[in-house]
Ligand binder design. Structure first.
Ligand SMILES: Nc1nc2c(c(=O)[nH]1)N[C@H]1C(S)=C(S)[C@@H](COP(=O)(O)O)O[C@H]1N2
Ligand SMILES: [Mo]
Length: 160
């Protein structure tokens, strides 16, 4: 984890972007959600609204899936964009510093009010850690979230 870690936003956008910690910190205050715990969320830290990032990237009207890539451990989710656009957050800071990898940093998606694991397309598993690429697609894209309890248990067992 360092200030040089970058988050790429590409795919069906008019303005592909590569953003770092400082870029996220500079996003307009109305799109910052600081101290998630204070807002009653179970995750700690500070976030920016995904919608603000997607406005900057100028998402194309045909884009209907949000691809979330965690290259570090090859974890990927692809979820319907419209269902999360108004609530999804990207957590990037805690105690004034970049989010550590131990809690999913440097960037982690957080969808407030997600369903429990595997209960729906937008579940807790879609809160991708080590998020380094947000890819907008027209059709559903790469998604290797666990399909059943056994797969899910194996995945969690492998996590530190
Ligand atoms: N990069 C990455 N993100 C991931 C996972 C993973 O294995 N790798 N697991 C997912 C699953 S299945 C769940 S339930 C949550 C767990 O988050 P936690 O480890 O912070 O509790 O992270 C999700 N994000
Ligand atoms: Mo999960």
């Amino acid at each position: 984890m360092s200030n040089t870690d970058l988050l790429r936003i590409d795919g069906a956008v008019d303005q592909p972007l590569t953003l770092g910690f400082n870029d996220l910190a500079r996003i307009d205050a109305r799109d910052q959600v600081t101290d998630l715990k204070r807002h009653g969320y179970k995750r700690a830290g500070d976030a920016v609204r995904l919608a603000a990032l997607l406005r900057l990237a100028r998402v194309q009207p045909a884009a209907s899936y949000l691809g979330l890539h965690g290259t570090a451990d090859d974890f990927h989710a692809s979820i319907p964009l419209e269902a999360v656009l108004d609530r999804a957050l990207v957590i990037f800071r805690i105690d004034g510093a970049p989010l550590p990898a131990a809690i999913g940093g440097p960037f982690r998606l957080f969808i407030p009010d997600h369903a429990t694991c595997q209960a729906a397309e937008i579940d807790e598993c879609a809160n991708v850690k080590f998020l380094d690429r947000i890819e907008l697609t027209v059709e559903k894209g790469q998604d290797n979230r666990p399909h059943d309890d056994a797969e899910h248990a194996r995945l969690h067992a492998g996590q530190g």
